[in-house]
Design a protein around this ligand. Structure first.
Ligand code: SF4
Length: 363
């Protein structure tokens, strides 16, 4: 493929994430809590019976800091934080339940982070049990989780499977030891292999791998090796993300030398090489970083035109109402976006005062 360098350099600039329109930087700061509650109530009334609701639960803790990370996370080894957080997120759910005139019909639950598998299987179970206890789970629901191959245990997979989770997304990123060292994410391939095989054993029918191109120390050779190892495990879906280097907003990215990053041209070649390997191995290019096997629901939804995109990424469950719970979570009520406090202590304070969301934006 011939690369037009002037075109490449023209568009090789960081841009806001494309998960919403308008994108987050264009939202106006402000809050009218009563207006949000009223909007939520009306949209729930309109949509619950028609299509159900989706839930996103943000679980922010991680044991190690990956130096490329742009997520809202809190690094700690102290697992006693789980309890306080669970109490807050469950209280937030109960505050929303008071705004619902009838039991919610749950189409989708997605646990994201942070590292959701930081939480013990027992704590994840009590969280999900509390949410579904007085709700109706839609017959075609989809429960999914983002997981770290290093700390996803047999207990996690067994518990999540028994709760109805059938989709798991592992953060793999890169298998090369030198790349893993510089991004501070030491994750032997054996861990990825074990976690993948065990997930399938416990009935997860869709296993996704997140991979990143453009990381420091990556070369065409190293990424090829990572992808060939990935193909050995044949994940049902692959998200092949571009690394976004924005050290002025993401200070942790200052921890490595920028000279170790591939140039714009090298980075594009990493993507082109990866895409070719996926397509040659039978994956379909869904678009916007995603590849899927033809047997996966993502591809089937793409094929029949029912594929939907929300703040969690691509989904096969189209709902107009997405409720985000937990620190920094974003809700989408069809006509408005709302976001919770991004700082953990502020999130705790607002929930203690029975306050929902911090920012509100009417589309
Ligand atoms: S595990 Fe995920 S959320 Fe946590 S620091 Fe690493 S990339 Fe960020």
């Amino acid at each position: 493929m011939k690369i037009d360098l002037s075109l490449l350099n023209k568009y090789n600039v960081p841009a806001p994430r494309y998960t919403s329109y308008p994108t987050v930087p264009f939202w106006k700061e402000g809050l009218d809590a009563e207006r949000w509650k009223q909007t939520f109530k009306e949209e729930f009334l309109k949509n619950n019976h028609r299509e159900g609701i989706s839930l996103y639960l943000h679980l922010p803790f991680c044991e190690f800091l990956c130096t490329y990370c742009g997520c809202n996370k809190k690094i700690t080894n102290n697992h006693s934080v789980e309890q306080e957080y669970l109490e807050a997120i469950i209280k937030e759910w109960k505050l929303y339940r008071q705004l619902m005139n009838e039991p919610p019909i749950i189409r989708e639950i997605h646990l994201g982070g942070g590292t959701p598998t930081f939480f013990s299987p027992g704590n994840l179970e009590s969280l999900i049990d509390t949410i579904v206890k007085r709700s109706i789970v839609h017959p075609h629901h989809e429960f999914s989780i983002e997981a770290h191959p290093n700390n996803t245990t047999t207990g996690h997979l067994k518990t999540l499977s028994s709760l109805g989770f059938r989709r798991i997304s592992y953060g793999v990123q890169d298998n090369d030891p030198e790349v893993q060292h510089i991004i501070n994410r030491i994750q032997p391939f054996e861990n990825v292999q074990r976690a993948t095989e065990e997930a399938r054993k416990f009935g997860f029918k869709s296993v996704n791998f997140d991979l990143i191109y453009g990381l420091p120390k990556q070369t065409r050779e190293t990424i090829k090796k990572t992808i060939l190892q990935t193909l050995e495990l044949r994940p049902d879906r692959i998200a092949f993300y571009s690394y976004a280097h924005v050290p002025w907003t993401n200070r942790v990215q200052r921890l490595f030398d920028e000279n170790d990053l591939p140039s714009a041209e090298e980075k594009l070649n990493l993507y082109i090489d990866g895409k070719k390997l996926f397509v040659d191995a039978g994956y379909k290019d869904i678009g916007m970083d995603h590849f899927a096997l033809q047997s996966d629901d993502l591809y089937k939804a793409w094929l029949d035109g029912s594929l939907h995109r929300n703040f969690m990424g691509y989904t096969t469950q189209k709902t107009s109402l997405l409720l985000g719970l937990g620190v920094s979570s974003i809700s989408d009520a069809g006509i408005a976006f709302a976001q919770n406090n991004k700082a953990l202590h502020e999130y705790y304070e607002s929930i203690a005062k029975n306050e929902l969301v911090t920012w509100l934006f009417f589309k």
